[in-house]
Design a protein. Structure first.
Length: 398
């Protein structure tokens, strides 16, 4: 279900935007508009939708327009043109009273700077939004305590912000946003001020929270690795325009322009590509009722030293090694049962390559990619994985 719909959103900074808008409609560049009108284009004709429960990342270099776009969503910055629909209601057309209500009940924002109130305890900082809503103190404290526990800070209720590390303070900022139980979280480079290791921890924390709560998140960052890690989809911006929208794999494997290709060329692909991206179709499989000679002939024909065993419906049973199958043939044994090995490395189609790189490096058996019903979907072999990590073309699964 579409939670946020952005239609032809444009933001022009300046006191006389009419001429700039006309030039923009006529196709003038941002530079031309600035030179002739002294107006600055912050966002140019942006359109996209965000599904309920989706983590949508807006990214780009400094000055690309990403933070301006995000702040238009809750009207911290008033858009010059276009629509911003929250549950079908245009935030640009809301009265001040309705806008305040939507900000209190539907949208919460987490900023780059923690913006905690130094004279308030951690619990009272988290409860601030609930206080603005007019909730009674016992209810505020109960909800704030739940949010505090959600971000892993139980026991710090009575502390003050200056006694917390940067990462802990940002956890408080997230808890404060979550305490009001908003539908939508707007996050403006929330982790960029943190040290790299703490930043990674906070990304993991956000993923854990999102798995539990399934909020609709619009997340701004200039860091591609971060975008690939936290985003279900990514909108990449350049010069106030959105130049590509897609899944992390779309952005990496099918860049829409030379600019996008240059942007992603040095990224750590193992953190963004999934097993389904680089798996290959098994060249052959054996069935439990096959004899060792049949299994061995399949392996010899396809140049395999190992073959996976599935039932007729494709459910993975195990694997057989060529040497052991050959021994059975020599002994005149006609069943595979005794040599089917059931301990094998497996991955789901959406497993990130970074999570299974060690297995791929040290395990002598290919990794089987299986779905929730243990149906064999593909196989991870070193060649296809290396090609994917090197930026090679997507391997066909057909």
């Amino acid at each position: 279900m579409e939670k946020v719909i952005i239609k032809n959103l444009t933001k022009i900074y300046g006191h006389n935007t009419d001429r700039a808008m006309q030039m923009l409609r006529n196709g003038a560049s941002n530079q031309e508009i600035r030179e002739k009108t002294k107006q600055v284009v912050g966002v140019r004709d942006a359109s996209f939708t965000v599904e309920q429960g989706e983590s949508f990342v807006i990214m780009g270099l400094s000055g690309s327009g990403k933070s301006t776009l995000l702040r238009c969503v809750n009207r911290l910055i008033k858009a010059t043109a276009g629509e911003i629909l929250i549950d079908g209601e245009d935030i640009n057309q809301m009265s001040s009273r309705r806008l305040e209500q939507v900000r209190q009940e539907k949208i919460a924002m987490v900023f780059q700077r923690f913006a905690l109130l130094p004279h308030r305890t951690i619990l009272d900082n988290i409860a601030y939004g609930l206080e603005v809503q007019g909730l009674r103190r016992p209810i505020r404290q109960e909800k704030a305590t739940q949010a505090l526990e959600l971000v892993g800070l139980k026991g710090w209720e009575d502390s003050y912000p200056d006694s917390l590390s940067g990462g802990m303070q940002q956890r408080v900022g997230i808890a404060r946003a979550l305490a009001t139980d908003p539908d939508i979280l707007l996050m403006d480079e929330p982790f960029s001020a943190l040290d790299p290791l703490i930043r990674q921890d906070m990304q993991d924390e956000l993923l854990d929270i999102q798995q539990k709560l399934q909020k609709t998140i619009l997340f701004v960052t200039h860091d591609l690795d971060e975008a690939l890690k936290v985003g279900d989809r990514i909108a990449l911006m350049k010069d106030a325009r959105i130049v590509q929208i897609g899944s992390p794999e779309d952005i990496l494997l099918s860049p829409a322009s030379d600019y996008v290709a240059r942007f992603v060329e040095n990224v750590n692909r193992s953190r963004a590509l999934t097993a389904s991206t680089v798996m290959v179709k098994p060249r052959a499989v054996a069935y439990p009722k096959d004899g060792p000679l049949t299994a061995l002939s399949h392996m010899e024909r396809h140049g395999l030293s190992t073959i996976f065993v599935t039932d007729r419906a494709g459910h993975l049973q195990g694997y057989v090694q060529a040497e052991e199958a050959s021994d059975l043939v020599d002994k005149g044994i006609r069943e595979l049962d005794s040599i089917i090995r059931h301990n094998m490395p497996t991955a789901s189609p959406d497993t990130m390559l970074a999570e299974i790189m060690d297995t791929l490096a040290y395990c002598k058996v290919p990794v089987a990619v299986i779905d929730e019903q243990r149906k064999l979907k593909g196989v991870l072999v070193r060649g296809s994985v290396i090609a994917g990590l090197a930026g090679g073309r997507r391997v066909s699964h057909e």
